[in-house]
Design a protein around this ligand. Structure first.
Ligand code: GDG
Length: 444
């Protein structure tokens, strides 16, 4: 089997094991455990200047190759263009996007630096798989270095209609850059259709023919086991006691404006206001680890959430009941699985999301004899696949309130009828199948 070279903005820490690894590392586990592989990207550290020679660490058949980023490259490529221009644009949030030519130059510079450092490490028959919005240009830069290998690209986030994307200055150049890849993967047919149309509009018809929709998934059975085992642990027993029989509602999201958290909190506020029968009977736990904390928009969002949490708890709390428990620290993956299993309902209401793995994890964590209900944004890629969810428009807090009331009152038979096909789907479109389908397309 050919060697697989994964390129991503971040490379997992070789010391990380399953339980702590991030989403992409978990999803790619199957692919990298079966063949020789290399994982190339940013080390997560900054230095005075971007490194030209990667640091190599080998663990079994997998080699980690990482580069430190220069301070200025980090600010321009990562904070500036990737997080400040591309992320909001790809999530349909033009009002939050800013553009700076120097940031864009920094983005191209880092894609070129990655390619220069990677090219000498490549073997002629390697398959190269680049991930996500940080690396639109990597394929074109590898071609400039003379690399003739098969090059694949997967965009984990949505791709908006061309009318939105074209608002991004140099968006046309970025689409032309994508044409260097042999396979271009997205999460849903809607995203794939948007990208194909955008490529065709920019005269890249041939590249449009190389766009495929392949949904990312999770290791469903692994997550079910994690959840089953977690509920037996003493810390989960203590957590359950703290609920004193109240139904749990769970939310798990990185602290990001794409996740619709203020709207969700306002929806929960309306739920308590409009359906007072649920007061004192429900406890909503929101786990929201801080991400991109050095970007101003994320700091503003954090303040907004702090204020909403304080107000909701202030308005409704009883001396022995807080309606909303809010954590900005990350929780260990097994504990998260335990929370999900115990929760009667999950609120997954992003304003836009490529897929949203939390929705799939919630489904996998459920007790097959007594599953909970999933309230899901119609603008998450997962909504295309999890048809048993209660779909809501996340911009309407009233819809969130109604769906949550419906979830809390839902009889067991309906919960079962909604959950079973979703569980089948989560098993079917697994992380393993995602990898295999993409690699089959890449390796032709
Ligand atoms: C991007 C796209 C697409 C969250 N908090 C904790 C924690 N998590 C884990 C979740 C889940 C993962 O992080 C988040 O994945 P999502 O898919 O929900 O969202 P993004 O991070 O925005 O991911 C998205 C994804 O890429 C994959 O293609 O689905 O659309 O935006 O696994 O459980 N994990 C731990 N502690 C936490 O506190 N351990």
């Amino acid at each position: 089997m050919k060697r697989l070279v994964i390129v991503a903005n971040r490379v997992p820490d070789p010391k990380e094991r399953g339980a702590t690894a991030g989403g992409l590392a978990v999803a790619l586990q199957d692919a990298v455990s079966r063949r020789d592989a290399m994982w190339f990207g940013w080390s997560g550290r900054t230095a005075e200047a971007t490194a030209t020679v990667p640091e190599l660490v080998t663990r079994g058949r997998l080699t980690y190759a990482t580069l430190d980023l220069g301070e200025q490259n980090y600010r321009r490529y990562y904070q500036g263009f990737s997080n400040g221009s591309l992320w909001p644009t790809l999530h349909y949030r033009l009002g939050l996007a800013h553009f700076d030519r120097e940031d864009y130059a920094g983005y191209r510079e880092v894609n070129a630096a990655f390619a220069r450092a990677l090219a000498p490490l490549l073997r002629p028959d390697d398959a190269v798989w680049a991930h996500d919005f940080h690396l639109f240009r990597l394929g074109a830069e590898l071609r400039r270095q003379g690399c003739g290998q098969r090059l694949g690209f997967f965009l984990h986030v949505p791709f908006p209609p061309h009318a939105v994307f074209s608002a991004l200055p140099r968006g046309d150049e970025m689409l032309a850059d994508l044409a260097a890849y042999d396979v271009i993967g997205l999460q849903t047919e809607d995203d794939a259709a948007n990208l194909r149309a955008a490529l065709a509009t920019e005269g890249q018809e041939e590249a449009a023919g190389r766009v495929v929709a392949i949904p990312i998934g999770i290791d469903a059975d692994g997550f079910t086991k994690l959840a089953e085992r977690a509920v037996e642990k003493p810390d989960m027993a203590r957590f359950r006691r703290s609920l004193v029989g109240r139904a749990l509602v769970i939310g798990v999201d990185r602290l990001d404006y794409s996740k619709g958290l203020p709207q969700r909190f306002i929806g929960y506020d309306q739920f308590l206001a409009q359906y007072p029968g649920h007061r004192s009977r429900v406890s909503y736990l929101q786990v929201t680890p801080i991400s991109r904390g050095d970007v101003a928009q994320y700091q503003t969002l954090r303040r907004e959430l702090d204020e909403l949490v304080g107000r909701i708890n202030g308005d409704y709390a009883e001396p022995d009941w807080a309606p909303l428990r809010y954590m900005t620290r990350a929780v260990a993956r097994p504990t998260l699985a335990g929370f999900m299993r115990h929760a009667r309902a999950a609120l997954v209401t992003p304003l836009r999301d490529g897929m949203n793995l939390v929705a799939k994890e919630y489904v996998a964590a459920q007790d097959p004899a007594d599953p909970g209900a999933l309230v899901l944004s119609r603008f998450a890629g997962a909504a295309r696949y999890l048809t048993g969810a209660l779909l809501v428009n996340p911009l309407d807090p009233g819809e969130i309130a109604e769906a949550l009331d419906q979830a809390m009152a839902m009889p067991l038979e309906e919960r079962l009828a909604r959950w079973r096909p979703m569980m089948e789907e989560v098993r079917e479109s697994s992380a393993r199948n995602w990898c295999r389908a993409f690699l089959a397309a890449l390796e032709g």
